[in-house]
Write a protein that binds this ligand. Structure first.
Ligand SMILES: Cc1cc2nc3c(=O)[nH]c(=O)nc-3n(C[C@H](O)[C@H](O)[C@H](O)COP(=O)(O)OP(=O)(O)OC[C@H]3O[C@@H](n4cnc5c(N)ncnc54)[C@H](O)[C@@H]3O)c2cc1C
Length: 483
């Protein structure tokens, strides 16, 4: 997969010129590692998909195999050069921006699907396989890999493990950590370990595989992963329900869950997001529709009694209109309109000379309606332009807030608004990050969350774990927390 050049981001700070840069490139090249310190590569690896100011790495290394990854880490550790692993570069929190005069390690040459084992229920893949690529392969067997971020075409196995990605189907299947059985992890010493096994269960003390999930490349570099796979549901229609009130929509979701509806997906959009979604569908928004709920239930198809029961439950919560789509073509179209929502909004914002900071918070589903109403009030009070959407079934709310890159004060206001949204989530028993991770963006909010839960000690424990894995602090420094 090619990383595209940077689309008109804010200023680019260069790391180049740091002492030791030339010599590390020279040492790595002498070990047979492909390394580039050309402008195009440096720019391409200076940013991710967040709004955060890009930083050019000293160089970009393109290891061909785990042995080269091990050599890079050993050499960089010895020379105290920082390293950041980069997969699809689709992080929304700045987690794949290489800081501190470090080098970026592109995982793009490690891109093979090694094994599909239907009998034992797993697939083994190298880190740069995208989730979409893996699912295309699994489709032939009637299987799939359930973690399903809207960015599945860019998000790689290594990157999505490292951010513990969630996505559209997390409601039924959970997030990435529930599907990783084993990782091959290269440590800064150059040692290569396996954190788990290719079995569906394992109980042998501390679970390092779970620890790697969400560690944002700060503990080691994943060079291979064994992933649990699932049989594809027989079929799944999509119910589209338009509402005038968010309260009714949230209550409909609550009722579906109480009744045990086998929901694969429950996504919501507010009016601004709905407009974008309807534009993609080339349809008009129904009258009085301020919100939309997309639900998909397992086990529909020829016998769609379950879907009909769900339509009835939703119907009791005053939707202004409902549609039930069963044709494969229509379902694919709805999924892609939903998947492309954020990217389309960003594209349009760029055309207006603006950008978007996306929020990602989660509350217990029973707190959704009050939390959403409070978030809406907060946005209105701030006078800022925003669009809300998200994986409502598991309580995950995304808030796209617009800003003008040259307006530094405006950017600070947007960040403050996102912080207030994070606090609303905390007040409602939730968390400041559901699936995008902490990266550079949410370090202060993470501390607030831990304090609010009387668990500030966790930060100390995390730092001790980091030191155990990475005593010289070379791996993706400055992410999640400052040492
Ligand atoms: C349009 C859009 C929609 C999105 N929708 C969702 C969504 O629905 N759900 C969701 O959860 N996320 C979503 N995201 C966020 C993002 O796609 C995920 O965080 C994704 O999992 C990151 O994968 P990546 O390969 O792009 O990782 P990168 O951005 O390359 O890296 C992310 C982190 O992983 C580390 N890393 C990468 N490869 C390795 C490796 N081999 N070993 C160790 N560390 C590694 C990096 O250092 C960094 O810390 C979305 C992003 C975009 C742009």
């Amino acid at each position: 997969m090619q990383r595209e050049d940077m689309p008109g981001k804010i200023n680019v700070n260069s790391n180049s010129g740091k002492k030791g840069g030339k010599s590390i490139v020279h040492i790595l090249k002498s070990k047979g590692v492909e390394v580039s310190d050309q402008g195009k590569a440096l720019i391409s690896f200076s940013h991710d998909k967040s709004y955060i100011t890009p930083v050019r790495p000293l160089a970009v290394a393109f290891p061909k195999n785990k042995e080269q990854v091990a050599a890079i880490l050993r050499i960089c550790d010895k020379n105290r050069v920082k390293v950041t692993a980069v997969g699809g570069g689709s992080s929304l929190t700045g987690s794949s921006i290489p800081l501190n005069g470090g080098i970026a390690i592109s995982m793009e040459r490690l891109n093979r699907i090694i094994e599909i084992n239907i009998e034992d229920g797993f697939a083994i893949a190298e880190p740069n396989v995208t989730i979409e690529e893996l699912n295309k392969k699994l489709e032939r067997y009637g299987y799939f890999y359930p973690p399903d971020p809207a960015s599945a075409h860019m998000a790689t196995i290594g990157g999505s493990i490292s951010t513990n990605a969630g996505g559209l189907k997390a409601l039924m299947y959970g997030s990435t950590k529930h599907w990783v059985l084993d990782t091959e992890l290269v440590l800064t010493s150059g040692e290569i370990i396996r954190t788990g096994s290719s079995t569906l269960k394992m109980s042998r003390g501390y679970d390092l595989t779970a620890l790697v999930c969400g560690s944002e490349g700060t503990l080691g570099i994943v060079t291979q992963a064994t992933l649990k796979i699932a049989k594809r549901p027989e079929s799944s229609g999509i119910i589209i329900s338009y509402f005038g009130s968010i309260k009714n929509l949230a209550e409909a979701v609550g009722q579906l869950k109480k009744q045990g509806a086998p929901l694969i997906m429950a996504e919501f959009m507010d009016q601004a997001s709905l407009l974008e979604f309807m534009h993609a569908r080339k349809k008009r928004t129904p009258k009085n529709a301020n919100y939309v709920l997309l639900t998909s239930v397992s086990g529909t198809g020829k016998n769609d009694a379950i879907a009909k029961a769900c339509i009835k439950i939703i119907g009791e919560h005053k939707p202004v209109k409902q549609e039930y789509l069963r044709k494969n073509k229509e379902i694919i179209h709805i999924y892609s309109a939903r998947r492309e929502l954020h990217e389309k909004m960003v594209e349009e914002a760029h055309m207006e000379g603006k950008d978007i900071i996306i929020g990602d918070v989660i509350v217990p589903p029973s707190r959704l309606a009050p939390a959403l109403l409070e978030i809406e009030r907060e946005i209105k009070l701030s006078g800022q332009r925003a669009a809300l959407f998200g994986h409502i079934g598991d309580g995950n709310i995304h808030s796209n807030v617009y800003f003008t890159p040259i307006d530094k004060k405006g950017i600070r206001e947007v960040m403050k608004l996102q912080e207030r949204i994070g606090r609303i989530a905390l007040k409602n028993g939730g968390s400041v990050s559901a699936e995008h991770g902490i990266g550079l963006e949410k370090k202060a909010l993470l501390i607030e969350e831990l304090k609010s839960k009387d668990s500030e000690r966790i930060l100390g424990i995390m730092k001790e774990i980091k030191k155990a894995f990475d005593p010289n602090g070379i791996l993706n420094p400055g992410k999640i927390f400052d040492m």
